[in-house]
Ligand binder design. Sequence first.
Ligand SMILES: NC(=O)c1ccc[n+]([C@@H]2O[C@H](COP(=O)([O-])OP(=O)(O)OC[C@H]3O[C@@H](n4cnc5c(N)ncnc54)[C@H](OP(=O)(O)O)[C@@H]3O)[C@@H](O)[C@H]2O)c1
Length: 263
Amino acid sequence: MTDLSGYGPWAVIAGGSEGVGAEFAGQLADAGLNLVLIARKSVPLDQTANSCRERGVEVRTLALDLVAPDAVARIVEATADVDVGLLVYNAGANTCSEHFLDGDLAAFSRVIDLNVGSMLALVQHFGRPMRERRRGGILLVGSMAGYLGSMRHTVYGGVKAFGRIFAESLWLELREYNVDVLELVLGVTRTPAMERVGLNFDMPGMHVAEPADVAREGLEQLPNGPVYVAAGNAGDVARRNDPDRAKVVLGTHRFMQKLLGSR
Ligand SMILES: NC(=O)c1ccc[n+]([C@@H]2O[C@H](COP(=O)([O-])OP(=O)(O)OC[C@H]3O[C@@H](n4cnc5c(N)ncnc54)[C@H](OP(=O)(O)O)[C@@H]3O)[C@@H](O)[C@H]2O)c1
């Protein structure tokens, strides 16, 4: 197990109340890091915070929407007096699954704001003192959807591709400063958000990862950036990188149609 104490004394988890984010919180609390947990719904946020406090660490909660205009300013204010050695940016599941020409542009823009705009602002704010101190970690949660175009993922797939290239570049820039950067790439993972959108995890042929496992993999691999594909999906990602894009995009689309029995 990686020694996480060097990423303390405080970690900020954007999207730290449920699923993978809650598992990051619990595992970091077990390692003795104090936490700032951010999410919209206060009930799961408080539950996760309390379970981390029981492990002996300090926890602050911020119930806010990361795409609200004042979100970053509130996070900056709430963390002004603490030394943040780790930023985990986990929030970012798709919130607009319309076909692109049928969807509301403002709803697509919120997917971009959450996965790009707010993420960039927090990385810059917390990354600068890490570089100064020559110590820290930045863990961004990505998706296999960022490796190829797929139906109803025009914007979501695009922002997840952006996140990976951004992480690779940032990793390169921060290596000499001893600041670790990792994009943790997830496939289907059993989270409350996915349950709420009605994903059937029991579908035959569906490879489903558990939040505790992928969070553990992410924290273990944080020193080994820039990208780690969790839950044994690296072979699938390698196939998605084939330069024959029509073959890959159509082939994966047909496989998903068969799996989901959909259009
Ligand atoms: N689950 C999967 O199958 C899967 C597959 C590939 C990649 N991923 C990636 O894994 C990450 C986690 O996904 P997830 O399935 O757990 O869903 P999620 O909707 O991203 O939720 C994760 C956490 O973020 C919070 N959150 C979401 N939107 C927020 C917002 N606008 N402002 C503040 N907090 C927000 C959630 O709490 P609240 O809802 O209370 O705000 C929750 O604590 C995402 O980056 C996603 O792209 C997931």
